[in-house]
Design a protein around this ligand. Structure first.
Ligand code: NAG
Ligand code: NAG
Ligand code: NAG
Length: 128
């Protein structure tokens, strides 16, 4: 019984929800501003407990499924719960289609990943 209750308490330290409203805004030919929201339900006591600072940050994962490029993974600690978080991801290749996903992490593990946001970096074109 005692072991079980410890297990339940620890499992609450993992983020419960996936980030939402992930989007990417191109800054230049190779860098994008990825932004997202971490939705907390203030009526849910488990979510409120996350407000106590147990989220250590976010993983921002940008990968190109149709290319051999390795995924770009950032650990992002910036931001305040309830506001729009963001992270600048560079080294993108023009003309490539990327998927951007974000997940929260705590000391105990990773939360659910967001739905991928799919974007294509415009090809360089100096003729226009
Ligand atoms: C998230 O995106 C949805 C659909 O685009 C929009 O209706 C909603 O207002 C957005 N939420 C926030 C907090 O921006
Ligand atoms: C694009 O923007 C990023 C982030 O601001 C910067 O580090 C990079 O040098 C810029 N690249 C070019 C080609 O301007
Ligand atoms: C990135 O996007 C966020 C949300 O739209 C914005 O608040 C932030 O200023 C942007 N950062 C840069 C460097 O453009």
């Amino acid at each position: 019984m005692r072991m079980w209750s410890i297990f339940v308490i620890l499992s609450f330290l993992v983020p419960l929800v996936a980030p939402i409203n992930v989007s990417a805004y191109m800054i230049n030919q190779t860098a994008a501003n990825i932004s997202w929201i971490y939705p907390l339900d203030t009526n849910n006591p488990d979510d409120i407990s996350l407000l106590g600072g147990m989220i250590k940050g976010f993983y921002v994962i940008v990968f190109a499924p149709l290319s051999m490029q390795p995924p770009i993974v950032h650990r992002n600690y910036e931001g305040t719960i309830g506001t729009r978080y963001w992270d600048i991801v560079g080294n993108l290749t023009p003309g490539t289609t990327y998927h951007a996903q974000v997940k929260a992490f705590t000391k105990k593990g990773d939360g659910k990943p967001s739905v991928p946001y799919i974007f294509t970096v415009p090809k360089e074109d100096f003729s226009e």
